[in-house]
Design a protein around this ligand. Structure first.
Ligand code: 3H9
Length: 708
């Protein structure tokens, strides 16, 4: 027996406790511990039943994902397969009750299904989330789940990877019993109750495997959904193939098919990228100079200045997390408009079944309104979400300075402006921070947290911590124009414009990046966000334009024509009343006229060039941000792009993608662009250095981390 797995016995019931904090991952050592416990139980005739339970906060949350890297890199030559171990549990000859609390995910649910009965706390969840890591269940999950829950439920769970609440799992037959408390006692009682019964083996059940006709329809629909909703991902289709095998083949043969598909997925670049994203999301929460023990400030009430799209969205984010919000505007009409928009958004969520009426009513009650700054005197935090204008923001902050209590966090939702200059309007820069939410704030997961020169560690730690509570991924960035996300997005979108200026059609540019996997093309994204925002910033800050470098001009012309994007019914595309885009042939003609006047030679541009120019310009700017320390690590940039800019998760983010292409190759291509197109393509010094040294951004970041 190891420390990771303990075996005890009460009243003829053996209790196997898995104790591998923090989430009881099923590592090779845990498997060995289970095997040792089984060996003892197998030779002990006094054991009449067995209970498996997890110590700490959860049952088993899956196989140990950290071991996958060792497997694919060849560092771990062989890992004992879990399947025979699970067969041993199923064949134990005594009923095995799996006692589930927290999450039984992936290998955890596979372990649970090898037991003969499953009892769970009503707050527990089960799931096969492997597809989110680019793999499929690999310990017979695709074979046992359809036998236990039916083909439709199994396909849904294995291909989509969403967690299933205990109550739903009970209805679909995955769980046998729910309890509110005292799980271990209930599981032991359950084991005694069934001790004399013949233990039902999941792998021998056939009653839910469906008919060929039913299954064909279920599988075809699932494949269609996967192609649409998980565009470009290989694992969901592989998971469906594996479940299909369960409907057609005997258990052992189905397992072989699953193994073949699992291995193919595990060794794919997609899995490596998605696993990078999984650990990256957790890594960004760790700030080298802000230790875990840093005191957290209470945030029990929040004020929001500005009830526009962003302010209203932010108010909903806090209300959804149960935190009361005070929403301020300058006049009643603006406040009424803001509240009407919030109500409309909640009504839509209600219609789509995302929230219940009770939830919406409770959230709306949490949002109060005011026209008066004085009411902010008692809130713990204020988020300013007014128009992107420095003078206006400073005005707001001087009011906050006047009314807010000492220690209140003063945050700005600015998407690009200097946070230190904003802080200079107060005498408490320690309390000032940027919290850059992405639009729509109640939907987008990214929260860029901008550290000013004086921002206190307590304020940073508090914002990082509540980002998780708000259901966001908080990424800490340094202060510069546009921070990380928008500073990279500027050159990316500018390059897309240059491509159009040089002869590519608007649709060709957007399609090439959509096919690469971006959620939307760069020009369509501009239309969605509003072209006027950048136009106004460019007009207000002509000094930011570097002398002698080429300047994109089409978006300025579009704005001069009043084509601000979706909100005005036209931008790069035309939009109908439902905001459905269509190409505008008139605009295509205008663009050719403008480029002829500007003397820009026109040519055919391949999809490869479009992708390389747009993506490598992201990478090049990312390298600068990394070297300047604005981004802490390359993975921080990746997480920002995956969660805020629609970068395909299966490519791991722009910096990871560049590492996988090879920095030497990326740098050579950038040099080629520099020679052919101009000096805005000068490779970033860090990129040049790493490419010469044969290193990656990830290696550079881990060296930096070690030095810190
Ligand atoms: C699988 O099972 C394949 C099988 O079919 C069998 C194949 C043969 N492994 O998320 P948190 C770490 S694939 C290793 O912050 P929460 C995590 O990195 C797996 N480590 O906590 C973090 O470390 P750190 C299928 C893991 O309470 C710490 O635990 N299962 C694993 O917000 C805390 O994590 C999944 O995909 C793991 N499996 O959420 C489930 N899981 O503190 C993945 C977590 O150093 N896990 N860690 O940063 C989750 O979804 C969430 O972690 C969970 C807890 C909901 C469980």
């Amino acid at each position: 027996m190891t420390d990771l797995v303990q075996l005890t016995k009460t009243d003829g019931i053996a209790v196997v406790t898995i104790n591998n904090p923090p989430v009881n991952a099923l590592s090779a050592a845990v498997s060995a511990g289970i095997a040792a416990a089984l060996a003892q139980i197998e030779k002990d005739d006094s054991v009449k039943g067995v209970v498996f339970i997890g110590a700490g906060r959860t049952f088993v949350a899956g196989a140990d994902i950290k071991e996958f890297g060792g497997l694919t890199s060849g560092k771990i030559i062989c890992r004992e397969s879990l399947k025979p171990l699970l067969m041993r549990i199923e064949d134990l000859g005594r009923p095995v009750v799996m006692a589930i609390h927290g999450t039984a995910f992936g290998g955890g649910l596979e372990l649970a299904m090898a037991g003969h009965y499953r009892i769970a706390l009503s707050r527990a969840q089960v799931g096969q989330p492997e597809v989110k890591l680019g793999i499929i269940p690999g310990a017979a999950g695709t074979q046992r789940l359809p036998r236990l829950a039916g083909v439709a439920k199994a396909v849904e769970m294995c291909a989509e990877g969403a967690p299933v609440k205990a109550e739903d799992a009970l209805k679909s037959g995955i769980l046998d019993r729910l309890v509110e408390d005292d799980l271990l006692a209930a599981a032991i009682a359950f084991a005694k109750e069934v001790a004399a019964k013949r233990a039902p083996k999941t792998r021998e059940r056939n009653d839910k495997r469906g008919t060929p006709e039913q299954n064909a329809a279920i599988l075809a629909a699932a494949r269609e959904t996967a192609r649409k909703k998980q565009r470009g991902l290989l694992a969901p289709l592989a998971a469906i193939d594996a479940v299909e095998a369960a409907t057609k083949l005997p258990f052992e043969e189905g397992c072989k098919k699953e193994e073949e598909l699992f291995t193919k997925c595990l060794f794919s670049d997609q899995a490596k990228s998605l696993i990078h994203a999984f650990f990256g999301e957790r890594e960004v929460a760790k700030i080298p100079d802000v230790p875990k023990e840093t005191p957290i400030l209470p945030v029990n009430s929040v004020g929001v200045v500005g009830a526009g799209t962003m302010g209203g969205g932010i108010a909903m984010v806090f209300a959804n997390a149960g935190i009361p919000v005070l929403l301020k505007e300058t006049d009643q009409a603006a406040l009424d408009r803001g509240i009407a928009n919030i109500r409309k958004t909640y009504a839509n969520s209600l219609k789509r079944g995302r929230f219940t009426q009770q939830f919406v009513d409770e959230r709306l009650k949490l949002i109060r309104t005011t026209l008066d700054y004085e009411e902010f005197a008692h809130v713990d935090m204020v988020i300013e979400a007014v128009f992107e204008n420095m003078a206006l923001k400073k005005e707001v902050f001087s009011e906050l300075e006047r009314v807010c209590k000492p220690g209140a966090i003063l945050a700005s939702n600015t998407s690009s402006l200097n946070i230190d200059e904003i802080a200079s309007a107060t005498s408490r820069p320690l309390s000032v921070i940027g919290t850059h939410f992405f639009s729509p704030a109640n939907v987008m997961r990214l929260l860029e947290i901008v550290r000013g020169a004086a921002t206190s560690k307590e304020v940073i730690a508090t914002c990082m911590q509540f980002s998780k509570k708000l259901g966001k991924v908080g990424v800490l960035v340094g202060n510069c124009m546009g921070f990380v996300g928008n500073r990279m997005f500027g050159p990316y979108r500018r390059e897309a414009q240059f491509l159009v200026e040089e002869g590519a059609s608007i649709e060709a540019v957007d399609n090439a990046l959509y096919e690469f996997g971006m959620a939307m093309g760069p020009l369509a994204t501009g239309d969605l966000a509003g072209l006027d925002v950048g136009w106004r910033i460019r007009k207000e800050n002509p000094h930011l334009q570097k002398a002698g470098l080429r300047r994109a001009f089409i978006e300025d012309r579009l704005c001069e024509l009043g084509r601000f994007g979706q909100k005005t019914g036209a931008g790069w595309y035309k939009y109908d009343e439902n905001r459905k885009p269509s190409p505008d042939p008139q605009l295509a003609g205008l663009i050719r006229q403008w480029t002829a006047e500007a003397g820009i030679p026109q040519r055919q541009i391949s999809a490869d060039e479009i992708v390389d120019r747009c993506i490598y310009t992201l990478v090049n700017e990312g390298a600068r941000l990394l070297e300047e320390g604005i981004a802490l690590r390359s993975v921080d940039i990746d997480i920002i792009y995956l969660n805020g800019y629609g970068f395909p998760a299966y490519r791991g983010g722009p910096m990871w993608y560049a590492d996988t292409v090879g920095l030497k190759k990326v740098c050579e291509r950038i040099r080629e662009f520099q020679q052919r197109l101009g000096n805005w393509w000068e490779p970033a010094p860090l990129l040049q250095r790493l490419s010469e040294q044969g290193k990656t951004f990830a290696e550079f970041s881990s060296r930096q981390g070690a030095a810190a």
